[in-house]
Design a protein around this ligand. Structure first.
Ligand code: DC
Length: 229
């Protein structure tokens, strides 16, 4: 049996991580949520006041990138790896609407991207990995054996995200979430460096009307065919 790299890209809140996480578990593969890494940098930028309402001190952030150390540590209880910034668990701090608001501008910076891409490529060097993000099949692992591109309508995605945030106790409106989803789509797909695009050889899955089980079944089937080759 050979180990493969599975790249799962797509717009925000398409449920990529839910499927990627379960797929990795099923295959006994490592799962890496690259969005969490960009969120960690955005969180660092907010904490240090390099970014905020109406300002973005890009050079200051770029100059501080060496101080950022992002790691993942598997949490047995939760069943997935949580993200740490300089040794501090920031898994729940990075899931706020505030971080979601500032992460896309931070992710446009080439210096941020090259630092994170380098780390991602090291994590996948032995294969046996499921990685989700925006540029995994195009930039991080253009040679990945299996590439999936997930889509769903903006309203479907905003509804899912809204419910998820409400369940976590956040106080916000559906309109705020929809606005964040569409703004992020726009920034992510129009930025100069590594915009969100479907890789030519990626398989597109519109999951607006698919359950997680259905998505998992079809992606596992594709992966198993490649693994058993
Ligand atoms: O997957 P997510 O919504 O947690 O990602 C947060 C942001 O990070 C997303 O709006 C764009 C950026 N991102 C990126 O530019 N490249 C990736 N590989 C993953 C995320």
């Amino acid at each position: 049996m050979s180990k493969i790299i599975i790249a799962i890209d797509g717009f925000s809140s398409t449920g990529k991580s839910t499927v990627a996480k379960q797929l990795a578990k099923k295959l006994n593969y490592i799962y890496v949520d690259t969005g969490a890494m960009y969120r960690a940098v955005a969180y660092f930028a907010l904490e240090n006041e390099y970014i905020g309402e109406g300002f973005f001190k890009e050079e200051a952030l770029i100059g501080s990138l060496e101080q950022i150390n992002i790691t993942f540590k598997f949490n047995e209880t939760l069943g997935f790896a949580e993200v740490y910034l300089n040794g501090k668990n920031i898994e729940s701090d990075i899931r706020t609407l505030k971080v979601s608001k500032y992460v896309s501008p931070v992710a446009t910076l080439s210096e941020v991207r090259s630092k994170l891409v380098e780390q991602q490529q090291i994590m996948g060097k032995d294969k046996g990995i499921v990685m989700d993000g925006r540029d995994i099949g195009t930039v991080v692992f253009p040679e990945a054996e299996l590439k999936i591109f997930m889509t769903a309508s903006a309203e479907t995605r905003a509804t899912r995200r809204y419910k998820e945030l409400l369940e976590r106790g956040h106080d916000l409106s559906y309109e705020d979430v929809l606005e964040n989803v569409t703004t992020r789509d726009h920034i992510d797909s129009t930025r100069e460096d590594s915009p969100l695009v479907k890789a030519e050889d990626a398989i597109e899955i519109d999951n607006s009307y698919l359950t997680i089980e259905e998505q998992l079944a079809s992606i596992s089937e594709m992966a198993n065919q490649l693994i058993l080759k």
